[in-house]
Design a protein. Structure first.
Length: 202
């Protein structure tokens, strides 16, 4: 079986609505001229998808979308992405994964993810006190409630999701607390066949 390769696409580069104090990537914005439009242009987006599809020799093509915060681009932008994938995939099956901080998720986003079989990676650093230690918005306000609301919507719409936790000076000291929280939140793992399994008990 021919194997493909994966590319991580950042169509909005470092732009984000959060200001996580451990983030190394937000500072990249300062490398560009003031007023820079970081949104990947339609021409570049189409060329990226076309060339990526053409370079793949496997029967399935996987796209991974990240930022910054990719949901800042809006649902319509990602509808265009899906249309372009269908245009250039040559009949092959495509899969999409998106990494998000979850604070902007709503019913429209979750319906789109469900209808187009997106795997959503949700950034979640543990229970409220641990998550809100570093994951703050631009106004230095906590984000836990908004992330959990996004998680509830993903579940309601039966969107396939996983969680991404940054191990840091705060939650790294309480691994079992973080583990138990993620397990209760519904974070799962997959076995070799792709079947989703609950995190194991202690």
């Amino acid at each position: 079986m021919t194997e493909g390769f994966h590319v991580l696409v950042k169509p909005i580069d470092p732009v984000c609505n959060l200001d996580c104090t451990y983030c190394y990537y937000l500072s990249k914005e300062k490398l560009f001229p003031k007023g820079e439009n970081f949104r990947m242009s339609p021409d570049v987006l189409e060329a990226t998808i076309r060339q990526y599809c053409e370079s793949q020799t496997s029967p399935e093509i996987v796209f991974a979308w990240q930022g910054g915060e990719p949901t800042l681009l809006g649902v319509e932008y990602f509808k265009t992405i899906v249309a372009l994938e269908k245009k250039y995939a040559g009949g092959r099956q495509t899969h999409n994964a998106i990494q998000t901080n979850g604070t902007r998720l709503d019913h429209e986003w979750c319906r789109f993810f469900r209808e187009n079989n997106f795997l959503v990676g949700l950034s979640l650093d543990g229970p409220r006190a641990l998550h809100d230690t570093y994951r703050l918005d631009k106004g230095k306000k906590p984000t836990f409630e908004r992330v959990m609301h996004g998680l509830d919507l993903l579940k309601k719409h039966r969107v396939d999701f996983n969680t991404l936790t940054v191990v840091n000076a705060s939650n790294g000291k309480q691994p079992l607390k973080v583990y138990d929280f993620l397990r209760e939140a519904g974070s799962t793992i997959k076995d070799s066949s792709g079947t989703r399994l609950p995190l194991c008990s202690k």
